[in-house]
Write a protein that binds this ligand. Sequence first.
Ligand SMILES: Cc1cc2nc3c(=O)[nH]c(=O)nc-3n(C[C@H](O)[C@H](O)[C@H](O)COP(=O)(O)OP(=O)(O)OC[C@H]3O[C@@H](n4cnc5c(N)ncnc54)[C@H](O)[C@@H]3O)c2cc1C
Length: 448
Amino acid sequence: MKIHHRESKVKKRQVVIIGGGPAGRTIVHMLHTSDQNVSATLIKDERINANRCAVPYGIPDEKPLEKFQIPNALVTDYGAALVIDRVARIDTINKSVYTAAGDRYPYDDLVLSTGSRPVIPPIPGVEGQNISAVRSITDLSLLRQLASTGKRAVVVGGGYIGIEVAVVLKQMGLDVTVVEMLPTILMATTEPEFVGRVADELVEKGVHLLTNEKVVEFVHPSDDQVVVKLGSGASLDADFVVLSVGVAPNTEQAGIKTSRLGIGVDKHMRTDAKDVYACGDCAGKASLVTGQPTRGEFGTNAVFMAKTVAHNILGKKKTFPGVINANVTAVYEWSLGSAGLTEQMARDAGIDVVTGYSEVLSKYPMMNQVDTIRTKLVFNRDNRKIVGGSVLRKGNCSAHNVDFISFAIQMGATMDDLMDYQYATHPELAAKPSDNIYVFATKNALTK
Ligand SMILES: Cc1cc2nc3c(=O)[nH]c(=O)nc-3n(C[C@H](O)[C@H](O)[C@H](O)COP(=O)(O)OP(=O)(O)OC[C@H]3O[C@@H](n4cnc5c(N)ncnc54)[C@H](O)[C@@H]3O)c2cc1C
């Protein structure tokens, strides 16, 4: 006797996902764990994706390149069909995507998780040899080769990725110069109070920092030399150049509304085309604090947005509250990060700001290796809510502090909530019972 499974007669809902980064993979994983009759196909143009966050740390060839790759099994082991091809056209009327190879994939739901690409500034000579971006496995392979033979590197861009690359190259023994056109490095994510300490550390370790300085031309006197000409008239002789000046969202999906900040989405992450969603670096983002459009190209944002998309595909009608942009980075033995708005961002958004600052010991004073944790919190004076915060400390614990600040913002915590917040203590693991980084920073804000 033949048993007919009920689902065999029911047509599966076809979900097509474009892009195999954290956003695309999150959708695959969530659809896989659902009990619904869904069939997922993920189309991506990179044969192997890089673990992008780890790319700077893969430049020394101490570890095999494979360690920095995302295995395709993270798609295929989770029930999705994997297609390595480039989506060349989307027909939102007939609900199909067409790849460069000429294949057609019909969909019931389509997810655009096409990420972003490095900005290549239109500087004369930028297309020449020995200039690399920092994003893909191809970039990482090139950077490995350049750093193993070169002695002098110029990093263009002093954001967190450029600084991570500079530290790694310096640790490999290269002569490293960072060129940043803004007045300070790390300006997009770090409070000015903290930048000085980090910049001093870089200089003490021998990294040359040139701020307020613009690259105007790359000259290539030979295949393995680049002369970097600067706006001030000075020039730098380099064996190779690393470009790290930001990213642009991949938004070339014809007919779908986009802005400079990405593919337009509503709170359900729906685009203006029927049954088409967007998430991750390619999608437009709103700040959870202000509700206004904002940048936010972070791996965690990609995952949070993708979860919302998956819930909606599965009929759960979930909304995404906006990004907090929690971020952390490491500079030698320091770790630093922020969540929400910096003081300047809050002022620019028209918020009546009050800030609080604290310096608290990381352990009880009699213990070994006691350091100072520096914390700045930003509050809205009108409703007393926390809108942002930053931490700088030695060791790798800033991520935990930033996570706390992020959660406080997400929960709408006020100054009063933070003053009453109940925490743990231990001589080796935390400050003494009376001291706490958030309570002290809030207390400081209350005096203003
Ligand atoms: C060097 C570096 C360090 C970083 N460090 C951190 C960090 O420490 N913390 C953090 O939170 N974030 C970090 N990020 C940011 C994070 O990596 C990105 O935010 C994240 O990768 C975005 O995920 P995504 O899935 O949206 O896009 P992506 O990871 O970019 O994936 C999108 C994929 O879609 C593919 N694609 C595009 N168009 C098409 C098409 N037409 N057809 C088929 N495929 C297509 C792309 O090739 C790509 O593979 C870092 C980024 C870089 C580059």
